[in-house]
Ligand binder design. Structure first.
Ligand SMILES: C=CC1=C(C)c2cc3[nH]c(cc4nc(cc5[nH]c(cc1n2)c(C)c5CCC(=O)O)C(CCC(=O)O)=C4C)c(C)c3C=C
Ligand SMILES: [Fe+2]
Length: 408
């Protein structure tokens, strides 16, 4: 993370955080950012002033610490847009993203984010399976983008699934995120129409007494066993290598997006023991049932005195562990959502599950197939929408995202 230069604003400090592991640093700086407004000028806290670079090997919003607000959007190209229209749109979006992420928020043209800093704003762009037919680029569609298989527990709403283009917006301020959303939509006018939009949230930096892994709406500590950028195999698991196929995906990654509703009344009606057994970890502090604290590795071999496994055969952490899936690994970067009440009075709430990997067949599909066959947590979940997107590598200075594809 770097600091941008703001001639119009006074910065109160700096924030440094890189990668998912940097969440703690971001949270701490946010907490310190309550310093009062200085006389004669608006107070821009370290939370507001934090910037994430747009240009680089990888797109932002993948290893960036989770922000507290997100908008996920899919677009379908206008019928007459074609490859040329798509290229022009990607150029407009990239210019916009670079400006907004650097803190030039007046570029939204809306006034919504006036007075705010970029608040770790990120914009990430991807291509769905249908993009390639719509633009005549079918020959360049990656093998890895073939549609996900149907899973027995899927109840997918097609209107809220898939799409030619995908945009992920994240920011630590809701007005900044919404301003970016309006600007992204406006730039698409005439070239693409919104297919679906989902709005997510996560804990605000500084909201906890000490930086810690966030919780989902089931109250579980979620994200503990994510790979981190310091892991020697992190790049290999998450990003397409520089000599990978197709060449335009070098430095890119594949995002699987699933809208997973939680049956919160059922979950909250279960005992604490049952909830722990379902996951294989204690809900209170995220520690594995085999002992230690949140960071202690789960011991999948441990048995009770009667010989039964401490971590049940269908416990979520056993079913999803790389050891149970031939090493399959993904980076989970999910947001919670809440869209009010359903007709039956239950909450329309759950997880906008987003995971990142170099090979979705090897990672997400392998694990989801196993979950589909027998995962205790699945009884409390409903998979309602799905998308798979090829997210190209980051743009170099002077380049736009996806240029290597649409100009090849
Ligand atoms: C196909 C992949 C996965 C889906 C879908 C999924 C849904 C899902 N998970 C939780 C809550 C937790 N998951 C946890 C661990 C975990 N989950 C997956 C994969 C999927 N989860 C993996 C690969 C792992 C890590 C396994 C390991 O190596 O130990 C945890 C435990 C804490 C953690 O490590 O993050 C929780 C909690 C929900 C609520 C959910 C759907 C809504
Ligand atoms: Fe999980």
């Amino acid at each position: 993370m770097t600091e941008g230069t703001f001639s119009r604003r006074r910065l109160l400090g700096t924030a440094t955080a890189t990668g998912v592991a940097g969440l703690a640093a971001g949270a701490t700086s946010g907490a310190l950012g309550h310093a009062a407004a200085s006389e004669g000028g608006p107070a821009l806290s370290t939370l507001g002033s934090a910037t994430v670079p747009f240009h680089g090997t990888h797109q932002p919003g993948i290893t960036t610490p989770l922000q507290s607000r997100s908008h996920l959007l899919a677009f379908d190209l206008a019928e007459d847009a074609g490859r040329r229209g798509a290229a022009a749109l990607l150029r407009r979006w990239s210019t916009l993203a670079a400006e907004l992420m650097a803190g030039r928020l007046d570029e939204t043209g809306t006034g919504i984010a006036d007075d705010a800093g970029p608040a770790s704003l990120t914009l990430t762009f991807g291509f769905g399976h249908s993009f390639f037919d719509a633009t005549g680029l079918t020959a360049l569609r990656p093998e890895a983008l073939r549609p996900l298989p149907a899973f027995s527990q899927d109840a997918l709403d097609e209107g809220r699934s898939h799409g030619d283009l995908w945009v992920q917006i994240g920011a630590d301020d809701p007005l900044v995120a919404f301003g970016a959303l309006r600007a992204v939509r406006r730039a698409a006018e005439g070239s693409a129409r919104t297919r679906w939009q989902m709005n997510g949230f996560h804990r605000s930096p500084g909201a906890t007494a000490r930086p810690m892994t966030g919780r989902n709406l089931m109250g579980q500590v979620d994200g503990t066993n994510n790979p981190t950028p310091d892991d020697p195999d992190f790049e290999r698991h998450v990003f397409v290598p520089s000599d990978g196929e197709p060449a335009w995906m070098a430095g890119g990654s594949y995002a699987v997006v699933r809208r997973i509703r939680m049956l919160l009344d059922d979950w909250e009606g279960a005992t604490e023991e049952e909830r722990a057994r379902v996951l294989g970890r204690r809900r209170s502090d995220g520690a594995p049932l085999t002992g230690g604290d949140e960071r202690t590795p789960v011991d999948l071999e441990a048995t009770e005195t009667d010989g039964s496994p401490v971590i049940a055969a269908n416990a979520h952490v056993r079913v999803t562990a790389p050891e149970s899936n031939g090493g399959a690994t993904m980076l989970r970067r999910s947001f919670s959502y809440h869209d009010g009440e359903r007709e039956d009075g239950s909450q329309d709430a759950g997880l906008l599950f987003v995971c990142w990997q170099a090979d979705p067949l090897r990672s997400f599909v392998t694990v989801q197939r196993k979950l589909d066959r027998g995962d205790a947590l699945s009884a409390f979940l409903r998979h309602e929408a799905s998308g798979l997107f090829a997210v190209p590598g980051g743009a170099a200075e002077g380049e736009y995202v996806g240029q290597r594809l649409v100009e090849s």
